[in-house]
Design a protein around this ligand. Sequence first.
Ligand SMILES: O=C(O)CCC(=O)C(=O)O
Ligand SMILES: [Fe+2]
Length: 308
Amino acid sequence: MSSNRLDKPQGKLKMPFLHQEVEVSTDLRESNDILDDPDALKERIAADGYLLIRGLHDKEAVLTARQQILEKLTTKGMVAPETPLMDGIFNPEYPEPTSTGSMGNKALTQLPAFKAVVEGAPVMDFFKRFLGGEARTFDFKWLRTAGPGSGSPIHYDIVFMGRGTQNLYSCWTPFGDVSLDMGPIVFCLGSNRFEKVRATYGKSDVDRDMIEGHFSDDPLEIVAKFGGHWATTTFSAGDVIIFSMFLMHASLVNTSNKIRITADTRYQLASEPIDERWIGEKPKGHYAWKQEDAEIESLETSRQRWGV
Ligand SMILES: O=C(O)CCC(=O)C(=O)O
Ligand SMILES: [Fe+2]
């Protein structure tokens, strides 16, 4: 579990974020030093909204899953022919470069080597210690195979999965190294303390309220209006970042020629209520939001309604 890496980025860089270049700091704090201290971990996530853990997973286990995922993506035609499989080079002929596609795709999320990571002992034991009881993960897994040009919008996770306990955490797991040009996850540090945003947008539910889901199209607007700053880091296979339901995040634009393969999965106490949309053999998922004929309230209208 080394946390000393020569390639660790420092300082602030201008990075492609949605439709603009945004100054993003690259110094997310690691929590490996307090890994065995649940009280310190709880204090830190309450303050920072996230826990960055280097090398939580066995690198080989992550890379085995990566290989199996890439084999499936090759069958789909997403991997550039005659390139080394494990490089995960995107096939420019593939029709959907900018979708964060495959989310929840069973052919991928049921791969034993994939499940062995996201439901494996390192992460389940981490949550057991952190939460102080038996942990449970949602059956639904968000697996993203993000080609060049893709990036995820700015949001709190709670609006998508808030029907059970709020003592719920997301864990973002890269299946392979993710450099800054591959569009890593990016957090608005301080956004866990945007009280009015938490009390309005943060109380929404996309399937009930038929809102856009994301909070803003403009990373700079958020900082100007509410404060905080955007931050990311580079990731190596084995690293994870765990974060609260109320930390605003997105992903940077993948400007590389590679497929960014990452999963985001959810963990909570087994004894607490769980959001029924994401459990069972065939989770029902978003049964209303963005389904056919769904009328979605414009972001502008929602923001006016919330007064933020
Ligand atoms: O990986 C991404 O592009 C977005 C990730 C995300 O929204 C999450 O992990 O909750
Ligand atoms: Fe998210």
